[in-house]
Design a protein. Structure first.
Length: 76
């Protein structure tokens, strides 16, 4: 791919959340973190919007939540 064709971080995140829900005809019930919507999500050890793009791969998952319940907690 050409550099000018790459996605921004915001575009990439949206493609896996809102756009994926829309593509599955489920944007009425999932795809964003708002009251009343279904959401499985992870918490990372850093704000990925505040680090250098080349260090994104170093982010570690701290928690995983599925159907409103915590399923994973990293050891501290």
């Amino acid at each position: 791919m050409l550099p000018e064709q790459r996605l921004t971080l915001t575009q990439a995140l949206k493609s896996f959340t809102l756009d994926a829900a829309y593509g599955a005809f489920q944007d009425h019930s999932m795809g964003s973190l708002v009251p009343g919507m279904w959401a499985d999500f992870i918490l990372l050890d850093r704000d990925i919007f505040k680090v250098a793009p080349e260090t994104l791969w170093q982010a570690k998952v701290q928690q995983t939540w599925v159907a409103g319940q915590q399923k994973y907690q990293a050891s501290m």
